[in-house]
Design a protein. Structure first.
Length: 251
C-alpha cells in the first residue's frame, strides 16, 4: 500500500472501479435499461433479488425516492439481508438446491416480467437456479455479478455453471475475487469491500437509463418522489394507485 491513509486509498479504489464500470459496461447498462423500459412499456413487472450483502443493492432499488415504482423485491426467507440468526444460516441457504424454484413457484413473477439477480460470486446454487428457472418461465433475466469469479472459483451448482451463464444480459461489477480492496503488512487478511458501492451505482445507472428511455419514447416513467419533500406522499400515492397491479410491496 502507498503512504496515503487507508480511507483515501479505499475511496480511490472505489472511484477507480466506478470509472471502469462506467467505461467498460456502458453498452451493457444501455441494453439493461432498454430491456427494463421494454418490460414497463409492454405491461410487465420488475423484480430484484440478491442474497446476503448482495441483497443490499436489490433493496436499494425498491420503494426508492427517485427510483422506479414498479421495482419489487423478490424475497427469499432467510437470505434477504443479514438479519437472519445465526448469520451463517443465510450463507448455507444459498447452497440449497431447489430453493429458487420453490420461491418462483410462490411468487407473482410471470412470463414477460424482468428479474434482476444480484450475486457477487454468481457461484452458489440459489442465484444460478434462480436464473435458470426464471428464464424457463419466460422471464427476462439481468445478472449483476463479478465475472472474475467464474474463472477463479468453482461453481457450487450441480451444473458447474455460474449466474452469468443463464442471463439475457450480464453486468460485470469488476470486483476482485474476495471483495477486499486493501492490505496492510500488519493485518492478516485483506479488507475494505467495495462491492456494495459499485453494484448499487451500477444498478442506479441502469435505472436512470430506463427512466430516460421511457421518456424518449413519450412515456412518463413511473418514478417515486421523496416523502420528505412537500407533496411527495401525494405524488407517490397517485403513482402507486395507477400501477397498483404491478406493485407488490404495498400488500
Amino acid at each position: 500500500m502507498s503512504d496515503r491513509a487507508p480511507a483515501g486509498q479505499f475511496l480511490d479504489a472505489a472511484i477507480d472501479l466506478l470509472k471502469r464500470v462506467r467505461d467498460e459496461e456502458a453498452d451493457s447498462v444501455t441494453a439493461a435499461g432498454t430491456l427494463l423500459a421494454d418490460t414497463v412499456e409492454n405491461g410487465g413487472r420488475l423484480f430484484a433479488f440478491g442474497a446476503g450483502h448482495s441483497s443490499l443493492a436489490a433493496q436499494d432499488l425498491v420503494y426508492r425516492a427517485g427510483g422506479l415504482a414498479l421495482m419489487n423485491l423478490l424475497a427469499v426467507p432467510g437470505v434477504v439481508g443479514v438479519d437472519v440468526m445465526p448469520a451463517p444460516l443465510g450463507s448455507a441457504l444459498e447452497r440449497v438446491d431447489g430453493l429458487a424454484s420453490a420461491v418462483l413457484d410462490s411468487s407473482p413473477l410471470r412470463a414477460g416480467d424482468a428479474l434482476l439477480i444480484i450475486s457477487l460470486s454468481g457461484r452458489n446454487a440459489l442465484p444460478v437456479e434462480m436464473a435458470m428457472s426464471a428464464r424457463a418461465r419466460g422471464i427476462r433475466v439481468i445478472g449483476v455479478t463479478s465475472v472474475a469469479y467464474a474463472s477463479e472459483t468453482e461453481s457450487r451448482h450441480s451444473s458447474g455453471t455460474y449466474l452469468k451463464d443463464h442471463c439475457d444480459l450480464v453486468l460485470d461489477s469488476k470486483i476482485a475475487v474476495g471483495d477486499a480492496e486493501l492490505t496492510l503488512d500488519n493485518v492478516p487478511a485483506p479488507f475494505a469491500p467495495a462491492s456494495t458501492v459499485v453494484t448499487s451505482a451500477l444498478l442506479q445507472a441502469v435505472m436512470a437509463t430506463t427512466a430516460a428511455t421511457l421518456a424518449d419514447r413519450g412515456l412518463e416513467p413511473p418514478l417515486l418522489r421523496s416523502g420528505n419533500v412537500d407533496g411527495g406522499h401525494d405524488w407517490n400515492g397517485r403513482v402507486m394507485e395507477r400501477y397498483r397491479d404491478r406493485i407488490f410491496y404495498r400488500h
